[in-house]
Write a protein that binds this ligand. Structure first.
Ligand code: AHM
Ligand code: MG
Length: 335
């Protein structure tokens, strides 16, 4: 590896001055996520070897079966974030309620809240397909020195100060933004260092990939059905290619690099879709917008939605700007 290649650690320090409140705390926070991700990566990578992939038997707040690695990742991220004097609260997709962190002096002085999906797509672990961690960071809005409240977590996504994901794939990558573009870092597992491999990621304005669980076609709203027909027509640069892994981080990551649209719409049985606004859609929307793309619920910009509850779900249309605009056009035509 050439000595000119920047490591994630160097990058975080080098770009600290770009942060809105440049006290170094956000850098330390991102650093702690980087460290926890390394530990989780180690476990995910050996998941096929040991009996760690089975379902624990618990069900999470969404009534889904929780698997051992979800529990492990959840614990690791919470533990790492709690041990630092940076966050005053954590909300996790795997926890019913948010966690209050008093800080070492028990004075609630820490500034940031973190919302995290510790291991998304975990049903893919058993079959050796990429999974990911998604995180979202806000400054608290209630005064420092008081315990964090639900209000601090229910901020619209446009207030995020940073967002990112870690993809445990053929290579492990961390991709994040602090509102100044998107950068991707690849882990060299031999030495445990992430290197800047994808500087300033830009999403093509349009692409040729659409990603949706088409098995649910019958349950889709008419606007989505019409858009899918449009994607499949032999016209101009179409038909597009259909690619769906069923692992949000991997599907979005591929589309960011290749150009495309990801859709998880509302269905007749899930009127708000499946994905969670706070842990999945907001962070992905910030990243995709920072890369020049677009994210909406078919009608409204994701980052402008005022959340009303921690585990809220929302329909999600995300990816290349022109493709999302076209899908919105079909949605809006059907009202
Ligand atoms: P999870 O948070 O329970 O892991 O579910 C989220 C996952 C996403 O990664 C993926 O995009 C989606 O669920 C796939 O859902 P489906 O199997 O309904 O297509
Ligand atoms: Mg998830």
């Amino acid at each position: 590896m050439s000595s000119k290649v920047q490591t994630l650690g160097e990058f975080i320090i080098g770009n600290q001055s770009e942060f809105a409140y440049s006290t170094g705390e956000l850098s330390r926070l991102i650093n702690s996520i980087r460290l926890a991700a390394k530990v989780v990566n180690h476990e995910v990578n050996k998941a096929g070897l040991v009996d760690i992939t089975g379902a624990v038997g618990d069900t999470n707040i969404q009534g889904e079966e929780q698997q051992k690695l979800d529990v492990y990742a959840n614990e690791k991220f919470i533990q790492t974030l709690t041990n630092r004097e940076i966050v005053c609260g954590i909300a996790s997709e795997e926890e019913d309620d948010f966690i209050t962190i008093k800080g070492h002096n028990k004075d609630h002085q820490n500034k940031y809240v973190v919302l995290i999906d510790p291991l998304d797509g975990s049903s893919n672990i058993d079959v050796n397909i990429s999974v990911g961690t998604i995180f979202s960071i806000y400054r608290r809005i209630t005064p420092e020195g008081t315990p964090v409240t639900l209000k601090d977590f229910l901020q619209p996504g446009r207030n995020q100060v940073a967002a990112g994901y870690i993809m445990y794939g053929t290579s492990t990558m961390m991709v994040y933004t602090t509102g100044h573009g998107v950068n991707g870092f690849t882990l060299n597992p031999a030495i445990g260092t992430y290197y800047l491999s994808h500087p300033n990621i830009k999403l093509a304005e349009t692409g040729k990939i659409y990603s949706i669980n088409e098995g649910n076609y019958i349950k889709f709203p008419q606007g989505v059905k019409n858009y899918l027909k449009y994607c499949q027509l032999e016209e101009e640069d179409r038909p597009y290619t259909s690619r769906y892994i069923g692992s949000l981080v991997a599907d979005i990551h591929r589309n960011m690099l290749k150009g495309g649209i990801y859709i998880y719409p509302e269905t007749s049985t899930a009127p708000n879709g499946k994905l969670r606004l706070l842990y999945e859609c907001n962070p992905m929307a910030m990243i995709v917008e920072q890369a020049g793309g677009k994210a909406s619920d078919g009608f409204t910009r994701i980052l402008d939605i005022q959340p009303t509850e921690l585990h809220q779900r929302v329909p999600f249309f995300c990816g290349s700007k022109k493709m999302v605009e076209k899908a919105e056009e079909f949605m809006q035509k059907e009202g």
